[in-house]
Design a protein around this ligand. Structure first.
Ligand code: NI
Length: 209
């Protein structure tokens, strides 16, 4: 009777230890897996682009080597989100003080059909005197969106088109609204969600090398 009584707690303890080790192993494996999943896309954000700026000058990513880039993707007809994003960008540059001098703020349109050079020329100075607007052919813009893993598509909910006889020019775009900070070598440094306080972006700019 006594032997089984002692053996049982020991056996239970061994089972318990095995269980703990298994859980720890699974958790560790999961964290490593998760780390890989988040690292891979981050490392792949950015890359070559070949666009035209708001003055009509061709610009590629190589033109900006040696500078930090603060990149926002959006469109000029965006009713509220893009203007707020660009105002945040401008406020972050103001908050960064002297460190802002090494930053080129960039607005890349997700809507090249409407955002021509002329439209961007009127639009970008509303937000920051140094803001560079970039557009291009639909293929050129699509390539830039792909490089930065930006989602953009005409919205299904084009309420305006129903009220004005379905004019094609009235549509909204669904698009991702991250702001990207790219390093002097053109590589990804950080991204900021919509609503990130300008001071937080400014701090990251000051810390960037
Ligand atoms: Ni927008």
């Amino acid at each position: 009777m006594t032997a089984p009584r002692r053996a049982r707690p020991i056996a239970l303890f061994v089972i318990f230890l095995t269980f703990v080790a298994t859980v720890a192993g699974l958790a560790g494996g999961y964290l490593m897996f998760r780390g890989e999943k988040t690292d891979t896309p981050v490392a792949a954000i950015g890359g070559p682009f070949d666009l035209v700026d708001h003055t009509g000058k061709p610009r590629t990513d190589a033109d900006f080597r040696g500078r930090l880039l603060l990149v926002y993707f959006g469109y000029t007809n965006c009713p509220d989100v893009c203007p707020i994003g660009l105002q945040t960008m401008a406020a972050a540059l103001d908050a960064a003080g002297g460190a802002a001098d090494k930053v080129v703020p960039i607005f890349i349109t997700v809507d090249p059909a409407r955002d021509t050079v002329a439209v961007l020329r009127d639009y970008v100075p509303l937000f920051h005197p140094r803001l560079v607007g970039l557009t291009g052919s639909s293929e050129q813009v699509a390539a830039a969106l792909k490089a930065y893993r930006v989602y953009a598509a005409r919205s299904k909910g084009t309420g305006e088109s129903g009220t004005n006889g379905g004019a094609d020019e009235d549509y909204l775009m669904d698009h991702s609204v991250f702001t990207y900070l790219m390093g002097p070598d053109g590589r990804y440094l950080a991204h900021f969600r919509h609503g990130t306080p300008p001071a937080e972006i400014a701090a990251r700019i000051r810390a960037a090398r």
